[in-house]
Design a protein around this ligand. Structure first.
Ligand code: NAP
Length: 245
């Protein structure tokens, strides 16, 4: 069977890692992109290969247009095609607006928004040739509602939503779909150590009264990657327990 090929950016840890392993379980050959953490990337590739798929680890800074071009050349060289692009790489540099430096703003926009543009730009050509493809970009509910101390992050994630909708319109005639996933409050090592009072305050704003898991986000990505979502494009799918509605 000719397996589909999925590139997940920032797959060496966190949500990207969970997506890579879940997609391997579903039978995709997996490309693991990372910027610095080679040891983790190799671990992820081993976990993916345990599901009987092929993997490729590629170090590339998504902010660097040429480096992203080289990453796609390497992928096409090995697999001959790219079926799914998951734009997951992301950073935060949280601080109040009055303290936010130009560099804090630029770096977050560069990784989150420009990095997403760079990958879409290089994925579009081979996907257009194939006349198929699914592009999934990680936004955030913060891109929909804003947040104190996250002006840069909110702007980058709102930008991803506008970019996704434009790409969805432009590439739909070529059989390519583009959607965004907007996670809400997802349990990670960082959030696990929060004080009970803080956790309860957050939970009081979540109708399903629970934090999301990385698997919840990965399940949505798998749905958007698959043909089960063949009639879904240009959408922002919130995975937030009903927090934003
Ligand atoms: P994370 O654990 O901090 O992982 C970030 C990943 O991005 C790492 O694999 C890192 O690679 C990679 N990365 C960073 N800068 C890069 C660059 N310039 N080029 C290529 N890769 C780069 O993040 P996470 O919490 O799992 O979040 C993943 C995505 O979900 C992000 O887009 C985030 O904004 C979004 N999100 C997260 C939450 C949440 O609660 N966690 C909520 C809403 C949205 P290295 O390991 O090599 O450094």
């Amino acid at each position: 069977m000719d397996k589909k090929v999925a590139l997940i950016t920032g797959a060496s840890q966190g949500i990207g890692r969970t997506i890579a392993i879940k997609m391997a379980e579903e039978g995709y050959n997996i490309v693991i992109n990372y910027i610095g953490d080679e040891t983790n990337a190799i671990e992820v590739s081993k976990e993916c290969e345990a599901h009987g798929v092929e993997t490729l680890c590629v170090m590339a800074d998504v902010t660097n247009f040429e480096a992203v071009g080289e990453m796609f050349a390497t992928i096409l060289d090995k697999f001959g095609k790219i079926d799914v692009l998951v734009n997951n790489s992301g950073i935060t540099k949280d601080t109040l607006l009055l303290r936010m430096s130009e560099a804090d703003f630029d770096s977050v926009i560069d990784v989150n928004l420009k990095g997403t543009f760079n990958c879409i730009k290089h994925a579009a050509k081979p996907m257009m040739k194939q006349r198929s493809g699914s592009i999934i970009s990680m936004a955030s509910v913060i891109g929909l509602i804003g947040n104190v101390g996250q002006a840069n992050y909110a702007a980058s994630k709102a930008g991803i939503i506008g970019l996704t909708k434009s790409v969805a319109r432009e590439l739909a005639p070529r059989g390519i779909r583009a959607n965004a996933v907007a996670p809400g409050f997802i349990s990670t090592k960082m959030t696990d150590v929060l004080d009970e009072k803080v956790k309860n305050a957050i939970l009081s704003n979540i109708p399903l009264n629970d934090f999301g898991t990385m698997e919840d986000v990965a399940d949505m990505v798998c749905f958007l990657a698959s043909d089960k979502s063949r009639y879904v494009t240009g959408q922002v799918l919130n995975v937030d327990g009903g927090m934003v509605m």
